[in-house]
Design a protein around this ligand. Structure first.
Ligand code: GLP
Length: 237
């Protein structure tokens, strides 16, 4: 893993610049994209970059299950607000798990096939949960390779409470997420983490043993992974 530690405030700009550079180098880029507070300043900068969005396809890494299409906390609403409404990307080029699907297992299979059918991800951008999750692959006894319905820990639901009016019990307890197999198959991975609350997870991701208890640790096996951090997130390295 290549680890870059940036001065305060510069990590988001660096991540956005790396994304823009990689996108420019690809004829028909397929991106894997995350949500989260970490990404807000990254997307704010990305929308200013000279990117040929009409060439870009995107797949988000996860979405809450059971959240009504009108629920403001949905990741799709986050992405529309922070990125998709601000750039000229065609709606058909935006891949997203349908968290409101009646048959969520079928939806997981559809989404897995959609990513594979697009040729897989050229550039996967990830945030990291304070508990080491990537996408919604939560720490546990096992990890799954394919897109699946994940059960969210209380800690993760609390971390997402802001999206649901500050009430963690309103955060759905399940989510559709790309699995570790699809994430690790991405041709390049960029992880962005900022703030002291991520320092322990970053240490476990970069220096810790490979363990299902830190899903992000498996990114150590990826041949082309870059981690962009601010000083606080790098504090335990
Ligand atoms: C969320 C999302 C992840 C995201 C992570 C970090 O729960 N499922 O895709 O990367 O947690 O979020 P944040 O940047 O808000 O800390």
């Amino acid at each position: 893993m290549i680890v870059e530690v940036l001065e305060d405030g510069a990590a988001a700009a660096r991540a956005a610049a790396l994304m823009a550079e990689r996108i420019a180098g690809l004829r028909a880029p397929v991106l894997g994209l995350p949500t989260g507070r970490t990404m807000v300043p990254v997307y704010d900068r990305l929308v200013l970059a000279p990117i040929a969005w009409e060439r870009v396809r995107t797949f988000n890494v996860d979405e809450f299950a059971g959240a009504a299409l009108t629920a403001p906390g949905r990741f799709r609403a986050f992405m529309d607000e922070h990125l998709f409404s601000r750039v000229p990307i065609a709606p058909a080029a935006i891949g997203f798990p349908r968290g409101d699907a009646a048959d969520l297992d079928a939806e997981c299979r559809r989404y897995e096939a959609a990513v594979t059918g697009a040729g897989g991800l050229d550039l996967l951008v990830l945030g990291i949960g304070a508990n080491g999750h990537v996408g919604f692959n939560e720490p546990g006894e096992t990890l799954l390779a394919a897109t699946h319905l994940a059960t969210l820990s209380e800690a993760t639901r609390r971390a997402n409470a802001e999206l649901f009016g500050g009430d963690w019990e309103r955060v759905p307890s399940q989510a559709v997420t790309l699995g570790m197999g699809q994430l690790l198959k991405a041709r390049e991975v960029l992880v962005v983490a900022t703030g002291a609350s991520k320092a322990e997870a970053v240490r476990a991701m970069v220096r810790g043993p490979l363990t299902t208890w830190c899903p992000a640790s498996w990114l150590q096996t990826h041949g082309r992974a870059t981690v962009v951090l601010d000083a606080a997130a790098a504090g335990l390295l």
